[in-house]
Design a protein around this ligand. Structure first.
Ligand code: ADP
Ligand code: SR1
Ligand code: MG
Length: 380
């Protein structure tokens, strides 16, 4: 039993010493919102050390947050790794007392969000993320054997991280909460959100779906920043929000983040790349459908209704994600990094597109979802 302490560079190096054949270098690589992430190099290569802090890093010590998330991340990496080992980093070591993981260092990989912001092409990545989603959602969902699924459901209960999502995704953006970060020019828009009783009711209803629909072991935070991209393809990281929840949440978050990227590029005059991102979103969805069809159990006659249910849910969750990433606590750099005029245009369009997804008629196809999200049906 080792008492918890927060790593500094030297602490991370000591912790990883055995896994690199003697640590020679240590640096901080994490730009994440929640945890500290270090790279430790030694005679036998390098590893990544990810440590959970007892609070939300981006908000500081005033916002306590359970360190149990490190255990959830390790366990979810193992569970999802059984289905798609090629798409996840290896877990080399885990220390529950120190809430720290030693992970395979994906040093030759770049963050997908960074690549999208830079307007770089990432062929095949969206399809791999779609394959990941189908494999893990169907593999831990209704296609998993009864006993295994029951055991997993016991392991991955509704965590404090889910409560954080309830606050940041489903509640704060619609209640003018203090934690929101809003540009002055958007203040009237945010006031309108808070007095939009239909929207507030829809967000509360979706929060109920998030709480109660235990469909599969979802990633729980599947945005473009949770995907690393290398010459050998995609790796999905950051599984600390994993729990048994609605499949459409993962699908909606990913598509919602791609919609924000596409809107950002279109607002900034880069219509060509906005179309490229629209293509990635379609590729992600199509790969999800194709892989789901491949692993669907023969004899189950309801594949099409299943897919229709996923896209309908995904559209609603994508709408919430687009709104909260614009006026909530956790913004996206895709939009925040733009010059003022295109930034404000992109923010307004994101709130507008998000609202239309949350409140509009049920989406039955991906094309409908994308057209409503981006108000740009010519992009696909
Ligand atoms: P947080 O949970 O704090 O958001 P992440 O797991 O998203 O942390 O990691 C933050 C950043 O650290 C990633 O965007 C990436 O740059 C880097 N990182 C995380 N895991 C690895 C890894 N296995 N290999 C290389 N870099 C990594
Ligand atoms: C404000 S930090 C919290 C957010 O970062 C994580 O990646 C999740 O998206 C969470 O909502
Ligand atoms: Mg995280």
């Amino acid at each position: 039993m080792m008492d918890y302490y927060e790593f500094d560079l030297a602490g991370a190096a000591r912790f990883a010493d055995d896994f690199v054949g003697g640590a020679l270098s240590s640096s901080e690589v994490g730009d994440g919102n929640l945890n500290r992430v270090f790279r430790v190099g030694g005679k036998r290569g390098s590893v990544v050390v990810k440590q959970a802090l007892p609070y939300l890093k981006v908000a500081g010590a005033d916002w306590p947050l359970t360190r149990r998330r490190a255990w959830i991340e390790r366990s979810a990496l193992e569970a999802h790794g059984e289905m798609v080992p090629d798409l996840l980093p290896d877990v080399i070591h885990f220390d529950d007392d120190l809430s720290a993981l030693v992970l395979e260092d994906l040093h030759a990989h770049e963050n997908w969000r960074d690549l999208l912001i830079a307007g770089r092409e990432t062929p095949g990545i969206a399809a791999q993320v779609g394959r990941y989603s189908a494999a893990v959602l169907l593999g831990t969902g209704h296609l998993a054997t009864g006993q295994r699924r029951t055991a997993m459901r016991r392991t991955f209960g509704y965590s404090d991280l889910c409560l954080l999502t309830e606050t940041l995704v489903f509640t704060a953006p619609f209640t003018a909460a203090e934690s929101n970060r809003v540009e002055d020019a958007l203040a009237p828009t945010v006031a309108a959100l808070a007095s939009d009783s239909a929207l507030r009711a829809a967000a509360a209803q979706l929060r109920y779906v998030f709480r109660t629909r235990n469909e599969a072991l979802i990633h729980g935070d599947l945005h473009s920043g949770s995907v690393l991209v290398g010459a050998d393809g995609a790796r999905i990281i950051d599984l600390e929000f994993a729990f048994f929840g609605p499949m459409g949440f993962d699908i909606g978050l990913l598509i919602g983040n791609l919609a924000l990227s596409s809107i950002a590029h279109a607002s900034n005059g880069n219509e060509r790349y906005a179309r490229v991102v629209a293509g990635y979103a379609a590729e992600f969805w199509n790969a999800f459908v194709d892989e789901s069809a491949r692993i669907w159990r023969p004899g189950e006659p309801w594949f099409h209704p299943f897919i229709a249910g996923v896209i309908a849910d995904a559209a609603r969750f994508a709408g919430l994600e687009m709104i909260r990433r614009t006026v909530g606590l956790a913004h996206v750099r895709d939009i925040d990094s733009l010059p003022e005029a295109p930034r404000l245009a992109a923010q307004l369009q994101s709130v507008d597109g998000g609202r239309s997804l949350v409140l509009g008629p049920t989406c039955t196809t991906f094309a409908e979802l994308w057209a409503r999200a981006t108000r740009n049906d010519h992009l696909i």
